[in-house]
Design a protein. Structure first.
Length: 432
């Protein structure tokens, strides 16, 4: 089988400087709705707009994001009056995307119920006095140690109880993601770099209820602004992007704009672990494993003995050679730990999962559908370079997609190697 090569088009080149950070940041004018709760690894709304314009997508077409995260593509589509569909396997993240694209709620009901709930929570805190609420041991063991200090945790657990006690179904999801955002960015001790970690400067206490109410007011303000676009359809399925047969109607999608996980050894469930556990989306190891099993394999922490996605790329020479290079490097370096032995397998499963996803997607696309996949090259596996975009283009081409270009979005700094590596947009079309 002949190995294909692809030319990378310079879309907007920038290194990890002020210019590079600017390219990937959330602009001030994009804060509304997007900022209700945003996955730390999200890609920017302005990049979505760029490809909606490039593909000439109109309000009588439908856009899919099969790795939708907290809904960046879907929110941007809805703001522009374009129907959209999202697929997301992480429950807390899927809820966020669903709430961020639901502008039908009554903002007065949201504020009134939240203020009532806040008042009950304040009274409950007073009545408890010095009695401190804590997590059950099983839940606590799921968290990164010292993720949240005792006082903020106590107040948060009380607020969650009162939210359930005085639940209003119309606005509950919006209240929940307002709380999820505050848990991570206001209450917790977490910080986000290449990986999620715990800050040295712990937050001993924070105004938990007041910060949550401020978040609720922000959501209500945005809903009032975008109320006129309530009718624009946006559906978000909790599902595995490698198994979309029942989620989407055949021959219904005009464009795909998405950013799948990168093969970068990041456990994406750790990034959202704190809010997932506190809000009841993950209650035990079984829940955690179920969540991980529905994710594209991108790190050694979600590889299982029953996985077989590698069968989808068994004839792809680039993936085969890459897997061999990683395993040979491990042996050369004398690395013998269990997770290090999985590195080469992650690469096979990752690209196999991408192939399975793209194969299933074909029947869902209308002839002439346009696709943009934002992906990053990686160099974390024993400093063996993984040219993610080029390999995905290779896989898509073998499945019958027409590759239009690989656009260089930006160049970023790899802390693991000290090198600069590319983030690209693989642009293709499907003619049927």
């Amino acid at each position: 089988m002949k190995v294909k090569t692809w030319r990378i088009t310079k879309l907007s080149y920038a290194v990890q400087s002020k210019e590079g950070i600017e390219l990937n940041r959330l602009y001030q004018e994009d804060l509304s709705v997007h900022d209700w709760y945003r996955f730390v690894l999200s890609f920017p709304p302005h990049l979505v707009r760029k490809y909606l314009n490039k593909f000439n997508i109109s309000d009588n077409q439908t856009v899919l994001d099969p790795f939708c995260g907290t809904g960046t593509t879907l929110v941007e589509c809805k703001k522009l009056g374009i129907p959209s569909i999202g697929i997301e396997a992480n429950p807390i993240v899927q809820l966020a995307a669903a709430a961020k694209t639901d502008w039908s709620i009554n903002e007065k009901v949201l504020i009134d119920n939240s203020l009532k709930t806040a008042a009950y929570a304040q009274e409950k805190l007073k009545s408890l006095g010095d009695r401190i609420k804590v997590l059950e041991p099983e839940k606590n063991n799921l968290l990164i140690k010292n993720s949240i200090s005792a006082a903020p945790l106590h107040k948060t657990l009380v607020l969650i109880e009162e939210l359930q006690e005085h639940r209003c179904d119309e606005v509950f999801n919006h209240q929940t993601i307002a709380l999820a955002k505050q848990i991570v960015y206001s209450y917790s001790n977490l910080h986000f770099g290449p990986e999620v970690g715990v800050s040295r400067n712990k937050k001993i206490d924070v105004p938990v209820i007041e910060n949550w109410i401020n978040g609720v007011y922000s959501i209500a303000k945005d809903i009032e602004e975008y109320k006129k676009l309530t009718h624009v359809e946006a559906r978000v399925h909790l599902a595995d992007s490698r198994n979309i047969v029942s989620c989407i109607s055949d021959n219904s999608i005009d464009a795909v704009i998405t950013s799948p996980p990168y093969p970068n050894e990041k456990d994406y469930t750790r990034t959202t672990r704190l809010e997932s556990v506190l809000l009841g989306f993950i209650n035990n190891k079984h829940d955690l494993r179920q969540c991980k099993e529905n994710l594209l394999r991108s790190n050694t922490r979600n590889v299982y003995i029953t996985d077989n996605d590698e069968t989808w790329i068994k004839n792809n020479l680039k993936v085969i050679e890459l897997s061999k290079a990683i395993e040979n490097k491990r042996i050369e370096l004398g690395k013998t730990s269990g997770f290090e032995k999985y590195y080469h397998r992650v690469v096979e499963l990752y690209f196999g999962g991408i192939a399975k996803h793209l194969a299933q997607l074909r029947i869902k696309l209308r002839p002439g559908a346009k696709l943009a996949y934002v992906v990053g090259d990686q160099a974390s596996y024993f400093r063996v370079l993984i040219k993610t975009g080029e390999i995905i283009a290779d896989i898509a081409s073998d499945l019958g997609y027409n590759i239009e270009s690989i656009d260089l979005f930006r160049t970023r700094f790899s802390s693991s190697t000290g090198d600069y590596i590319n983030e690209n947009v693989v642009v293709m079309n499907w003619q049927g």
